[in-house]
Design a protein around this ligand. Sequence first.
Ligand code: PMP
Length: 284
Amino acid sequence: RTVYVNGDYLPEDQATVSVFDRGFLMADGVYEVVSVLGGKLIDFDGHMVRLKRSLSELAITNPLSDDDYLAAHRELVARNDITDGLVYLQVTRGNPGDRDFAYPPADTVPTVVMFTQAKPGLADAPAARTGWKIVSVEDLRWGRRDIKTVQLLYPSMAKMEAKARGADDAWMVQDGAVTEGTSNNAYIVKGNTIITRQLSHDILHGITRAAVLRFAREAQMQVEERAFTIAEAQAADEAFVTSASAFVMPVISIDGTPVGAGEVGPVARRLREIYLEESLKTGT
Ligand code: PMP
């Protein structure tokens, strides 16, 4: 596999980053994941807007232009022959030459790393036909989840707990209400209404979320952006999650309680179809 490090395209076993890189020592960096379907980048512009916001919130200098990022995405997709899969992009504050809590001078060069992951048949993931089982865990992350940092230890622990409990993923709960999934936004459906938590510092502002809410409104569904509890979700007609790599993924049970009929529901199925259809049309 060919990977990208600070302007160079290298075989993955020749790509290196300093042990003093702040991304490595302090999780001082941000990332984006763009999916690739039929060789096209999905929602690329949205991911770039969020990347720049994440960098700016952390006062990390954005080292590249949107055109540079796009060219590098395209180059990696081509070199690695990716039809379906994803491109991972990470920007860290770089290597100040030593370990120190204070940020290094602003002219420290950020480290940009990019790589691809091939996922043949990504759009037809079998899990989308059976749906995910979810368990709830307490949300123990920090208070700025709107910044897409590489600090992913707690979501990783929550994912392991979900697997240990026989589930596919966890929904995190804060003050009695669901914030989001370990790597996705969470939704419930009641009649013709889709309910998902409002944007704030408590959740990541999903790029897929924005697209799916737009498609839902265009399909004459009502959208309510508000918090909901696990009990409300268990009593809903349907539930689902969204992310750049899972698209729209139906949820069939929460903490062992079936949601609705306990199978993939029509709203989640339809939104997944619309999202994939539109993404293929508008991908770059
Ligand atoms: N919330 C969290 C915590 C995530 O990690 C992700 C995936 N990066 C999402 C939501 C979904 O965001 P997106 O649709 O932009 O992939």
